[in-house]
Design a protein around this ligand. Structure first.
Ligand code: ZN
Ligand code: ZN
Length: 201
């Protein structure tokens, strides 16, 4: 086996926490690697603007990896999980119709036939498991559609907050944490993810 094949095998074997720690170490040790990860995982304002332009007519697909960007130009993360639909989305492809979701709560429909045949041994009825297994026996409060009904809201994906990182080395309020970043919008997520490299501490 070549070392690349072995590394690919190790990637499959490792858990997500291990992979995060490994990538952190690599970015701290190598400027080249840091640039590559920036290019893959972050967006510049022009990456975000391109989508708006494209959705107004032109068919150009976005290729954010094609041009070399400076680290100072990045304004946010490219991939995030949406708090509305719970899916991962790409910030460079986030248009006005990218996300469909229900804005209300999924509540139990006491009148549904399924509950009349429900036996005590089957346990609690009002559970997340039942919402998944028999969505038709639940109702969305936003649109009164059944649990398996089409989403009633359409719009842009909205990124979930990323839990703030606790660095053992640098207090989270240190200005060094943001030294490579532009001023950010309040919902931008980059500041919590760009930790200083060892040589900058
Ligand atoms: Zn709805
Ligand atoms: Zn979404």
């Amino acid at each position: 086996m070549t070392s690349l094949e072995l590394v690919l095998k190790a990637l499959d074997a490792a858990n997500i926490g291990r992979l995060r720690t490994t990538i952190e170490k690599i970015c701290e040790q190598s400027d080249v690697a840091l640039d590559l990860f920036c290019n893959e995982l972050l967006v510049t304002q022009s990456d975000l603007d391109k989508h708006n332009k494209d959705s107004n007519g032109s068919e150009n697909s976005i290729n954010v990896t094609s041009s070399k960007r400076k680290r100072e130009e990045y304004v946010g993360v490219r991939y995030a999980t949406c708090e509305q639909c719970d899916e991962e989305f790409d910030a460079t492809e986030n248009g006005e119709e990218s996300c469909q979701w229900h804005g209300g709560d999924l509540v139990i429909d006491e009148e549904h036939d399924i509950w009349f045949e429900w036996e005590p041994y089957q346990g609690e009825r009002n559970t997340d498991e039942n919402r998944k297994d028999c969505p038709e026996a639940f109702i969305w409060t936003c649109c009164e559609r059944r649990g398996d009904g089409a989403p009633c809201e359409t719009g842009k994906h909205v990124a979930k907050d990323i839990p703030k990182r606790v660095s053992p080395h640098v207090p989270s309020t240190s200005p060094r944490n943001v030294r490579r970043c532009l001023p950010l919008e309040s919902n931008s997520l980059i500041t919590t993810y760009l930790e200083p490299r060892a040589d900058l501490r």
